[in-house]
Design a protein around this ligand. Structure first.
Ligand SMILES: [Zn+2]
Length: 323
């Protein structure tokens, strides 16, 4: 059998790979783009990203089989999320995590009327802190989808929770005013199906808000294959602005706003990319939390202007224009 890899890659024998056509135009013609690794946790494997010869979308091909990707989601970052005691940095850590949810809420509130009647669905909601925050602030109705239930987070039971793949859920059509996907789509094995599902459950005129890492950004230029946005093998697609917008349009959405930033802190990409490039893999928050916040302090003047610098993220606000 011919290897589906264009170059020599080292992977454990037990990994199973499958070839996949371009998610945007379905072409099977491509060229090598980069070799990605799991720098965040240091799990083994080398993963190939290719560029579609037809539409230039960058995606992982071949990709690891769906039932094997699960071991890369071992709850490590959710565990971090639940950790409460960071010593004297605890208030700073909590402020940072809460700020992430506040920034998501700000983006949503700018584009959608939020009140007691508003129905919000967050796809890839994890422990649901964003939903709980937006509910507390605007009294909106909250639903979430993710793989793991019973995350034992306070007030998690306030969320109408759907467990499993988004597009396999039994959710009423034309129900939601807004669907959010914060760092979900770049992980998705079938982004077209997920976007179609979002269209189905949104009301006509409803808003779909999606944030993903941005390939044509400053931090990718700086770090290349060590860019934290590569995060292989979890990231199936590395979207640049053009590919991101065309995926939305292809699936029948009207992109009403494009933002060259998101709620996710670009400083994390600057820190993690520097770490991967100079020190190595396996970013253990327990060990690096002091240098992390020190670096953030030093870069504060630059970070004031982060919305204008195209550092790492992108967000689209789309409208459902058809049924
Ligand atoms: Zn393509």
């Amino acid at each position: 059998m011919n290897s589906p890899f264009l170059k020599e890659f080292n992977n454990p024998d037990r990994y199973q790979f499958e070839t996949v056509n371009c998610y945007s135009c379905n072409s099977d013609q491509y060229s090598f783009f980069l070799k990605g690794e799991e720098d965040l946790t240091g799990k083994e494997g080398e993963f190939q990203y290719v560029k579609c010869s037809n539409c230039e979308m960058v995606y992982q091909n071949p990709r690891i089989a769906l039932d094997q990707i699960k071991e890369f989601y071992d709850g490590e970052y959710i565990a971090h999320r639940k950790k409460k005691n960071w010593g004297i940095l605890t208030p700073l850590y909590e402020w940072t995590m809460n700020k992430h949810d506040r920034d998501k809420e700000k983006i949503v509130a700018k584009h959608v009327v939020l009140n007691k009647q508003t129905e919000v669905l967050d796809v890839g909601c994890a422990v649901g802190t964003f939903l709980l925050h937006i509910n507390k602030k605007h009294d909106v109705q909250i639903s979430g989808v993710d793989f793991k239930e019973g995350l034992e987070y306070p007030d998690f039971n306030k969320i109408e929770f759907y467990e499993g793949l988004f597009y396999e859920q039994n959710i009423a059509e034309n129900r939601y005013d807004v669907v959010t996907m914060w760092h979900f789509l770049e992980h998705c094995y079938d982004p077209n199906k997920s976007l179609q599902m979002a269209k189905k459950v949104l009301k006509k005129g409803g808003k779909l808000i999606i944030e993903v890492p941005r390939l044509d950004s400053f931090t990718f230029k700086l770090f290349g294959k060590k860019w934290p946005g590569v995060q292989a093998p979890q990231h199936t697609v590395l979207y640049d602005k053009k590919a991101f917008i065309s995926m939305m349009e292809k699936n029948g959405f009207k992109v009403t706003t494009y933002l060259p930033y998101g709620a996710f802190p670009p400083y994390f990409y600057i820190f993690a990319g520097s770490y991967f490039k100079t020190i190595g893999k396996n970013l253990n928050l327990n060990r690096i939390i002091f240098p992390y916040f020190l670096g953030q302090l030093i870069l504060t003047p630059m970070l004031w202007f982060q919305k204008y610098l195209n550092l790492s993220m992108q967000t689209v606000v789309c409208e459902k224009i058809e049924n």
